[in-house]
Design a protein around this ligand. Structure first.
Ligand code: SAH
Length: 354
């Protein structure tokens, strides 16, 4: 982007109205037209926005940019058509986005940062640290890109998870601008309850989000049932321990009425014993929630092994029998480098080995 140009997908609807009126000197309704072109017809060339006057299209082309991300490569699973994109941003750094087809609909997993600084011991996205935050538009464009591909089959994205690389609650404003943009009734109209924000457990940000009383789902990466184990796996636990984290989760539930999702990656001999399941059940006893059990994805640099399938079932059954709803996340795209951060590591090794 040159200095004067703005990224159109960065703007919430009110921001677009301001831009149209104040910068372009146009009537407000032009913002509505523009929003429809961007989000409902998903046109990426301003020249194609044919109900806008030609002179206005020319001015907008000079001052605004539509797609700022570029596809570097794509992998499609032969098993379940899970599609993983590697995108390059305007400064050349890369992020991943995934489309997953479930029986209940299609979900898209978007990244919110380039890299991550949270340092979780099982995760590939954090290997080279945090490079930078994404702008709201860079998050939105991932979704538009995915939706445009699905448009070819007449399909719609039904849910979005902010579970790609990065910590969404650390890039709070951009993540929430993303939510505002994609839920807008004149835009993509994704329902708040079809959006899940996943966090490593940034307690102050969870309180802030609770206060906003949005209808979005909060997913918390718990991964352990005691502080010693969790601190070993996730450095953030030293700043906000399990007790403080769960207090914040209770508050989120009280404020929003939304049941919390807990993610729990099962790693052989680390956090997967029946005793761990019992401790977990005790922690979550009073909180309306759901536990998502994830067989840990193998990351070569980490060398952690998955819990065996029989033990995963035992763990899930133990939780269920103690009154905690738990399901095992089905693996998607098992034949492609779909695990977190792996496509990026393959194509942009310089970004992850710094
Ligand atoms: N920073 C956020 C969101 C991005 S990570 C968070 O921590 O929640 C999305 C989810 O993938 C998190 O639950 C994370 O703990 C999990 N994850 C990361 N690496 C993984 C791996 N190798 N196997 C299984 N889950 C993993």
């Amino acid at each position: 982007m040159n200095d004067q140009s703005v990224a159109l997908y960065d703007m919430t609807f009110p921001q677009m109205q301001d831009w149209v009126v104040q910068t372009l000197g146009q009537p407000k309704y032009r913002a509505l037209q523009l929003y429809h072109w961007l989000y409902q017809r998903r046109v990426v060339d301003i020249a194609d926005m044919t109900d806008l006057p030609k002179a206005l299209r020319d001015t907008m082309s000079a001052r605004g940019q539509v797609m700022t991300i570029r596809e570097v490569t794509r992998q499609v699973s032969r098993i379940d058509k899970t599609t993983k994109f590697l995108f390059a941003l305007s400064d050349g750094v890369t992020i991943e986005t995934v489309i997953m087809r479930h029986d209940y609909g299609i979900s898209v997993c978007v990244s919110t940062q380039v890299g991550c600084k949270m340092g979780c011991k099982f995760c590939a996205s954090t290997l080279g640290g945090l490079i930078r935050h994404l702008r709201p538009g860079e998050i939105v464009e991932q979704l538009i890109f995915a939706q445009r591909l699905l448009d070819e089959e007449g399909l719609r994205v039904s849910s979005v998870v902010l579970m790609g690389s990065g910590e969404p609650l650390e890039n709070y404003d951009a993540s929430m601008a993303f939510v505002d943009i994609v839920t807008h009734p004149e835009g993509l109209k994704i329902g708040q309850r079809h959006i899940t924000v996943s966090t490593v457990g940034l307690v102050p940000a969870i309180y802030k989000l609770a206060e906003e009383r949005r209808g979005i789902t909060l997913a918390v990466s718990l991964h352990a049932a005691d502080d010693e184990t969790r601190s070993r796996m996730m450095p953030i636990n030293k700043a906000y321990d399990i007790a403080r984290l769960l207090e914040a989760c209770h508050y989120y539930y009280e404020q929003t009425g939304r049941r919390i999702t807990f993610e729990y990656a099962l790693i052989a001999d680390h956090n997967d014993s029946v005793d761990d399941a019992r401790k977990l059940a005790a922690l979550l006893q009073e909180l309306p929630c759901h536990v998502n059990l994830i067989p840990v994805n193998y990351v070569p640099e980490r060398d952690l092994q998955r819990t065996a399938p029989a033990q995963i079932r035992t763990f899930a059954e133990e939780l269920n029998s103690l009154g905690i709803p738990a399901t095992v996340r089905r693996e998607m795209g098992g034949d492609i480098a779909a695990a977190c951060g792996q496509l990026r590591a393959l194509h942009s090794p310089q970004e992850v080995t710094r």
